[in-house]
Structures are given as C-alpha cells and as structure tokens.
Design a protein. Structure first.
Length: 312
C-alpha cells in the first residue's frame, strides 16, 4: 500500500452534484481553505452545465461561487479509458453519482480509478454495509457494490475509502417508501418494531466526508461508519407521537410478507429496499462506534430532523 505521507495540497474531483454531491462539494470547499494549494473540481455532464432549469442553474452558480472547477464529462457515455484520462489529473476522486447512474456504473468508475492510478478513491458506497448484507440480498444492486469492494481490495496501487452512512434520513419519511404514513398516522415497521436502522442526513454526510478526506493521519483502505442516529421503527413511531403531538399506530411488515410482495413485483426497487432493510443485517450499527461520535462531531438525530422538517 502507499506508505508516503500525503502532501498538504491535493487535487480532488467529485463525481456528480446531486442530493449528496452538493453537500460534499460545499464542505470540501470550506475545508480546502485550510489546505493551501488544494483544488476542488466536479464532474458534470455538459447538458447539466448548460441547462436552463432553475435548480440546475442555481447549483452551477453556487459551484462557481465556491471556487470549484467544473469538468465536463458523461460517466454513462464515456469509456473506462476516457474516464481514466479525466481522473488521472487528480489525486483523489469521490463518487457521488448514486444508483441512478445504473447497475454497471460503479464498477466502470472503479476500473477507471485504477487505470488512472489514483492516489485515493472514494467509491459510491454511501449507504449500508454491503459486506454484512452479502450477496443474494433482496436488493440485487448491492451485489454490484460488493464486486467493487472486491476489485479495490484485490489491488495495492490505489488507496480506497468506503463511507457507510445507513439510510438517508429523509428517505425514511418519503411517501413512496410507505414506512411513515403521515396522513394516516401509521408507522409500518420493516421486519419488526425492534428492527434497527441507521440514519444520516446528506448535509451531515457532506460535512463528515470532508473531515474524512482531510483527516490526519490519512484514512486509507478502510470502511468508515457514520451515524446521525440509530433507531428502531418503534422509536420512530414514539418520536413522531411526541414531536407531532398525535398518536401513531404501529404496524409490522414482516420479512416473509415483504419478500412475498417482492416476488410478485420483482423489478420494484422500493420493494427491494423494504425487504433488505426488514432483514436488519448491515443496515444499522451503534452510533457510539461511528466516526462522528468518536471525533465529537455534532450530527442531526432523527428527532431533530422530525422537529425541523415535519412540524407544521
């Protein structure tokens, strides 16, 4: 493995500027001010940079105001070698493109990172602990993430860092997920009321990722666990009752039930996620063991998120 200490300055490229990419970029730009010579860049599609959509124009404007360089490229259209040519101009690449980029994209990006001989690569693994979940889970996309881990572990030229975050806090409350039904005042527990889930907000992930990137001694070749909160679905129901001041009914969606529903609709990704979270493996870890807790970094708890976002 690389044994030399990093220089103070490094060139960093972030892939994507979406729900997670923007918080990562904001916090990297903030931290870079304390590291003279460090540069932050973002890889965006030309169509995104040129878009007339208000939201995209707003993000591009903010990126430029932060002093972040924009590199144009299309991770779907480009070949591995073309991506490697882009990556090769940087010391560190951080993948924030998400699953929307497709099942094969994580491996494509990882191969490009190795071909580019990056010093350090952060793959898109911001989520659950795929090693613990293992192959053959209800969410088949996770197998592709295990493939990426095996590829990175099987070489010694490029250091890697995996950041495990659990579920994005807001996703637990999305109507499409149907775990929290605010209209009917019901919490549908995945697995059981005692099943745990780790939750972290994208803003906290952005701030903590920047801390990991610049940490000394350098973090390399390991999995870093973050946790805004680790709660049971029963805890979520109790907190909603307390904060919102109205009773919530607690229901349990068992693993057999959720797997049966998935079998009837095998391409439904929401049902895949419900089933894998219901199994409870690799989707939660003690907050006390997290990077943020060990370093005394304040993060948003589930109750704080509910108070901020769900109170009328």
């Amino acid at each position: 493995m690389n044994s030399t200490q990093p220089t103070e300055a490094q060139s960093i490229l972030v892939i994507g500027a979406g729900e997670l990419g923007m918080p990562v970029l904001r916090n990297l730009a903030r931290k870079a001010k304390d590291h003279p010579g460090t540069t932050i860049s973002v890889l965006l599609r030309a169509a995104t940079v040129q878009s007339t959509e208000a939201a995209k124009q707003r993000d591009v404007s903010e990126i430029r105001k932060l002093g972040i360089d924009i590199v144009t490229g299309d991770i779907l259209a480009a070949t591995i070698s073309e991506l490697a040519a882009i990556f090769g101009r940087f010391d560190t690449v951080i993948g924030c493109a998400g699953f929307s980029a497709g099942r094969n994209t994580p491996m494509k990006l990882a191969k490009a990172a190795l071909e580019a001989k990056l010093k350090r690569y952060f793959p898109w693994q911001f989520g659950v602990d795929f090693d613990v979940i293992g192959r053959g889970s209800p969410q088949d996309l996770f197998d592709a993430q295990i493939d990426v881990r095996e590829l990175l572990r099987g070489q010694d030229k490029t250091d890697w860092v995996v950041i495990s975050t659990g579920m994005f806090t807001s996703f637990l409350f999305e109507p499409i997920f149907e775990v929290v039904d605010l209209e009917r005042n019901v919490v549908n527990a995945l697995g059981s009321l005692d099943t745990e889930v780790t939750l972290t907000t994208p803003d906290d992930i952005g701030a903590l990722t920047a801390e990991v990137v610049f940490a000394q001694p350098m973090i390399r070749n390991e999995i870093v666990y973050l946790a805004g909160d680790t709660v049971t679905y029963g805890d979520v129901a109790d907190t909603l009752q307390t904060v919102l001041g109205r009773p919530f009914t607690k229901a349990e969606w068992t693993v057999p039930r959720l797997k049966s529903e998935l079998a009837q609709d095998p391409d439904n990704h929401i049902r895949k996620y419900r089933a894998v979270f219901a199994e409870g493996k690799g989707v939660a870890w003690p907050k006390r063991d997290s990077f943020n807790e060990r370093n005394g970094i304040k993060v948003t708890t589930a109750e704080e998120w509910i108070r901020k976002n769900l109170r009328s």
